[in-house]
Design a protein around this ligand. Structure first.
Ligand code: NCD
Ligand code: ZN
Ligand code: ZN
Length: 346
């Protein structure tokens, strides 16, 4: 018997669209299923000012194929020289929905990020006043801290002190990967939210390292032990409004992933909804999929939920390309390691 489910059109609250030829190739993969996305600003050079965000938004809309509707929600990349007045103006005009904090050196294209958090205090204070969310890549960069501990240490050393020093600051803990992240977000008040990716609900660190090294499963924050994956699954499927989908779909051309020093990022835009339906069904939580993909994030960002819907139908094995061709080279689509049966239908 075929099963089907209708949900509000999902929002991706953490997405990398890149630029140029890569943007053109990956944008339809998201716009086919998602109505809106919080678009990450870690381009080279980064999207720092309101003018740069407006120009990037124009490039995204220009790359959108005819007949597809999609709203890119722009984000400014926080640097130690960010001007609070520019941030406030970009927010007031409706252009910018968040500011992104990258600890310098923590992840892909984070070199222009923050080293000394004192130098961004005045920006954060202004954001707290105007209610503009701060999206945080939550990992310390201290080389003495083990990479599997960097998220938990960040919460204690950086995130909690920032939140205490800046009352009212609205924060999204991006792509949480640990039970410590789940616990901290779950204990927060209404100023705190957390995104969870599709791939962190599916893989643990064994998938990256056991039986051969799998560069297409390498992302940051790196997938952790199984107990952390299970904590993420419980959070995502709980219906708790603080947890919402941010796929962190992060395309890199295959030759840069399959490399002696491979790039971090999993490209999941193509099959994310099929995977999520599978995961939520396994957890007996299909009735909470819509909250995770389409309601909780919109609520955090103070947006009305989408008025549009998508249908998911369970049937024969879903086929999808293993790679997307882009002008910058092929990009491998995330392989969940199991057959998918939920397809998105009009
Ligand atoms: C992201 C990217 O490639 O831009 N990579 C990743 O592994 N998640 C950056 C990020 O979100 O940290
Ligand atoms: Zn990140
Ligand atoms: Zn990301």
């Amino acid at each position: 018997m075929s099963q089907s489910l209708t949900i509000r059109r999902p929002d991706d609250m953490h997405l990398h669209l890149r630029d140029g030829a890569m943007l053109e190739a990956v944008l339809p993969e998201t716009a086919r299923h998602f109505g809106r996305a919080i678009v990450m600003p870690n381009l080279v050079p980064p999207v720092v000012t309101g003018d740069q965000a407006a120009a990037y938004r124009d490039r995204i809309l220009k790359a959108l194929p005819e007949g597809m509707a999609f709203e890119p929600m722009m984000v400014l990349y926080l640097t130690e020289t960010t001007d609070p007045a520019d941030v406030a103006a970009a927010h007031a005009s409706g252009l910018v929905k968040a500011v992104k904090l990258y600890p310098a050196g923590a992840t892909t294209n984070s070199q222009s990020g923050v080293t000394n958090f004192q130098n961004v205090r005045h920006v954060l204070e202004r954001m707290a006043e105007i209610g503009l969310p701060l999206c945080v890549h939550g990992e310390v960069t201290d080389p003495a801290v083990d990479i599997f501990d960097r998220e938990a240490v960040f919460i204690d050393r950086v995130l909690d002190p920032i939140r205490r020093a800046t009352p009212g600051l609205r924060v999204v803990m991006e792509h949480i990967t640990t039970e410590e992240g789940v616990a901290y977000a779950g204990a927060g008040d209404e100023t705190l939210g957390a995104t969870i990716t599709t791939h962190h609900l599916v893989i643990n660190r064994n998938h990256i390292l056991a039986g051969g090294i799998r560069p297409h499963y390498y992302c940051l924050p790196v997938a952790k032990r199984e107990k952390h994956r299970l904590a993420l699954r419980r959070a995502a499927t709980s219906g708790d409004p603080r947890f919402f989908l941010g796929t962190d779909s992060a395309p890199h051309a295959d030759h840069l992933k399959e490399h002696a020093c491979g790039c971090a990022g999993c490209f999941t835009a193509t099959n994310t909804l099929s995977i999520l339906a599978h995961v939520f069904e396994e957890e007996g939580a299909l009735d909470r999929l819509e909250a995770f993909t389409s309601l909780n994030g919109a609520r955090f960002y103070r947006l009305a939920p989408s008025e549009d819907c998508v249908n998911l139908t369970k049937g024969d094995t879903v086929t999808y390309p293993t790679k997307i061709e882009t002008g910058a080279g092929p990009v491998t689509v995330f392989d969940p390691g199991f057959a998918l049966h939920w397809r998105v239908t009009p």
